[in-house]
Design a protein around this ligand. Structure first.
Ligand code: NAP
Length: 302
């Protein structure tokens, strides 16, 4: 039997996926990809076959994918040529004899047709390329990461309210660890061939709902105070984000309000066999990430 290979092995999602796979399979069945394998030396020490490869270097990918049966293609970063990188990875997988490629896309609402700058067009291209490749595929449309949630609503909602662009759209963000468990399930189980799943945390909420939940947690009223898209954008530029990054963040946060992430499913729960962490549970323990509550949580071992 060939190996299971995870790309982005040094990143948040790829590394967590390999950690979960290591709990289930002998390490010799596992491989990971990195441009700089030294960054994954700890995984190599545990027996994972860390291979060198760069999405921009087609030949390196063919070599790295040798002897691999199933491959998790962790999507390349925004602000780079994702079309070229994903095209290279899929065609190299085909060339190397990989049977099944699993791609981490981003959730979108096809009918609304909102174009998340830097992401949607390349996700559509990648999904089409994969479906047309003749490879067995699974597409995992990821929600927003709960782990990065504070970046969207700010760390100061208890003082200033939930100040985000307007809209009643909902989202059910998920923990990276739960998404990694979903990746591991698709890599190790049969039955997910040629399927497209939308992965979510276990509870959907609008920004108004989030303000209400923060009010419950904190015991004071945390208002929902929608602000103009421009104001949200400029506030992040003032905090020091480079303008293109602030524009990227703003498009995501505004997209939630407009409904890009509203169509939640229980696909993730069915994949992992347990209820994924909800935003409510996450906020109770982890918001804000730094400050008195975070210290309380650390002291109580939460
Ligand atoms: N759903 C969400 O809310 C959300 C949020 C952020 C990002 N994302 C998407 O999800 C992906 C994974 O997120 P993450 O947090 O795990 O990202 P991350 O921690 O930044 O990791 C990115 C990984 O991609 C690898 N990589 C980057 N460029 C590469 C290249 N040219 N060739 C081969 N590998 C390359 C890096 O490996 P080396 O540097 O070791 O080569 C690294 O392991 C992101 O890339 C992005 O597309 C989604």
């Amino acid at each position: 039997m060939g190996k299971l290979l995870v790309t982005g092995a040094t990143g948040n999602l790829g590394r967590l996926t390999l950690e979960i796979l290591l709990e289930r399979l002998p390490a010799e069945q596992l491989a990971g990809l990195s441009r700089t394998p030294e960054r994954a030396a700890d995984l190599a020490e545990r027996g994972v076959d860390i291979r060198q490869g760069d999405y921009f270097d087609y030949v390196s990918l063919i070599k790295a994918f040798e002897g691999v049966d199933r491959l998790l293609l962790v999507s390349a970063q925004a602000f780079t040529d994702r079309n070229m990188q994903h095209y290279n990875a899929i065609t190299a997988a085909k060339h190397a004899g990989v049977e099944h490629v699993i791609y981490t896309s981003i959730q979108r609402d096809e009918e609304l047709g909102i174009n998340q700058v830097g992401v949607t067009e390349s996700d559509v291209f990648t999904e089409q390329t994969l479906r047309a490749s003749g490879l067995t595929y699974t597409i995992l449309r990821n929600p927003m990461y709960l782990d990065q949630f504070e970046g969207y609503i700010g760390a100061d909602a208890y003082e200033k309210g939930v100040r985000v662009p307007p809209g009643d759209g909902t989202m059910a963000p998920a923990l990276l660890r739960d998404l990694a468990a979903g990746n591991a399930a698709v890599l190790t189980e049969d039955g997910h061939e040629n399927k497209t799943y939308t992965l979510n945390g276990s509870e959907a909420a609008s920004y108004r709902d989030i303000a209400a939940v923060l009010s419950e947690i904190h015991g004071t009223t945390v208002p929902y105070l929608p602000v103009a898209v421009e104001e949200y954008l400029e506030s992040h530029v003032e905090k020091g984000l480079p303008r293109p990054v602030a524009e990227f963040l703003t498009a995501w946060v505004a997209g939630v309000g407009l409904g890009s992430f509203s169509k939640s499913t229980d696909d993730l729960e069915r994949l992992i066999g347990y209820r994924p962490t909800s935003y409510r549970e996450f906020l109770e323990k982890n918001y804000p990430a730094v400050g008195p509550r975070a210290k309380d949580a650390a002291a109580s071992g939460a």
